[in-house]
Write a protein that binds this ligand. Structure first.
Ligand code: GDP
Ligand code: MN
Length: 400
């Protein structure tokens, strides 16, 4: 689950990672009040106004602005709040529709007063699955697109691996500070920063923390200026406070709805919708669709109990996707009997009515033969198959 910058920073603060002061707001009035509050605290008119959306590269799209006084701040707040912000990372990129900005962060200008003395680094922590270790990726080339840095100047991207049994060790943090070319106070502050950042990563069950840029200011302080924070959704049960940070408006509407019905749905780009019970079978079904010349339009695991209500819900979700040209239902009747699933499919089909795309149903397991007969005799535009190969052949036939 992804978090907004201001939410990620609130977690960092709990672990003692330095950030610049700031307040989030969702109306223009509130944002301006936050600016006034900040100006009083800092004694400066400088503030950064930052769009809060689940995408990076906001600066490139005009979603991050530095205001030098109240009038400028008000102007930027008016511009940014409510805008459709396009960044290289929003759906469709700079050519896409962008994302609506519903929240704004008003924060201290972390680079003041000596902007020219500031340095920007890149720091992120994530799991390297191949090495089965957490890795701290860091670079002196901060504030830019790290993928481009890795491509053009790979020697400037460093990796420090953390031994899972030992956890973060002082030498790991020193290695990072050393690789970034630091010495003296900045070196010490960077080791503390890395230590605390790693504690936040572990403590929050994070999947990724990316601080780009990590600021090294004129006073040799190290500050998290930006924050991309993603937590492992499977661990949310033990982080009630973080679970409450979920912003459903940032997620795919159909995926959110699926979650409410206990369906595991992921929207994809293809043309064949699929409804399957069990994640492994769903993956195999997607492979079969590809082998038959189609592309899966979604991943959908309806879980162990494919009852009529869920089948109908799943049907409606797949049908709401305009790219879908055919639907493949692949259910293994182990716990649930195939004839009951078949009845569910037939009922759902009749309830929804006016289904234009062909449907291929493959039921295997208890009462599979009876189920096939029910489908074949239903008179609906549903074709049945028993083996996976049959199903693949029918998909091929339907698409051609
Ligand atoms: P992103 O574009 O979504 O990655 O948002 P960032 O938070 O990284 O901000 C974009 C850029 O704005 C950064 O790379 C900085 O160069 C600049 N920036 C961010 N915060 C401040 C700030 O407090 N003061 C100044 N002067 N510049 C900032
Ligand atoms: Mn950034």
């Amino acid at each position: 689950m992804n978090l907004h910058e201001y939410q990620g920073k609130s977690i960092l603060t709990k672990y003692g990672v330095p950030i610049q002061n700031g307040y989030a707001a969702d109306t223009k009035e509130e944002a301006l009040a936050m600016y006034d509050k900040l100006a009083e605290e800092t004694g400066s008119g400088f503030a950064v106004i930052k769009a809060q959306i689940h995408a990076g590269g906001r600066g490139k799209g005009g979603g991050v602005k530095l205001a030098k006084n109240r009038d400028e701040a008000q102007g930027y707040i008016n511009d940014i709040l409510g805008m459709q912000l396009k960044t290289p990372q929003t759906p469709g990129g700079m050519e896409g529709p962008g994302k609506q900005v519903n929240k704004i962060l008003v924060a201290e200008d972390a680079y003041a007063p000596d902007f020219d003395a500031c340095k920007e680094y890149y720091v992120s922590i994530l799991m390297d699955r191949a090495r089965k270790q957490n890795v701290i990726i860091h670079s002196t080339q901060g504030g830019m697109d790290i993928e481009a840095v890795a491509e053009e100047t790979p020697h400037l991207v460093h990796k420090t691996y953390i031994d899972p049994e030992l956890g973060m060790q002082p030498f790991n943090a020193r290695e990072v500070a050393f690789n970034l070319g630091l010495s003296g106070t900045a070196f010490k502050n960077m080791t503390k920063f890395i230590y605390k950042l790693y504690a936040a990563y572990i403590g929050a069950d994070a999947a990724l923390i990316e601080i780009n840029p990590t600021l090294h200011n004129a006073n040799d302080e190290i500050i998290a200026v930006d924050c991309k924070f993603s937590v492992d959704a499977n661990a949310l049960y033990r982080h009630k406070d973080i679970a409450e940070m979920r912003d459903k408006t940032e997620e795919d509407a159909v995926e959110v709805e699926a979650g409410e019905y206990g369906l595991n749905y992921v929207n994809l780009d293809g043309n064949v919708g699929c409804m399957v019970n069990g994640a492994g079978l769903a993956m195999a079904t997607m492979d079969i669709i590809k082998l038959s010349g189609g592309e899966p339009a979604n991943f959908l695991d309806v879980g162990g109990t494919a009852d009529a209500e869920r089948v109908e819900k799943a049907f409606r979700m797949i049908l709401s996707d305009e790219k879908v040209e055919a639907i493949l239902i692949n259910i293994f009747g182990g716990i649930v009997r195939c004839d009951r699933v078949a009845q569910g499919v037939i009922d759902a089909y009749k309830n929804i009515g006016d289904i234009k795309v062909p449907i291929i149903v493959r039921l295997q397991g208890t009462n599979a033969v009876e189920a096939k007969q029910m489908i074949d005799e239903s008179g609906l535009n549903v074709r049945s198959a028993i083996t996976l190969q049959d199903a693949a052949d029918v998909v091929k036939d339907v698409l051609s």
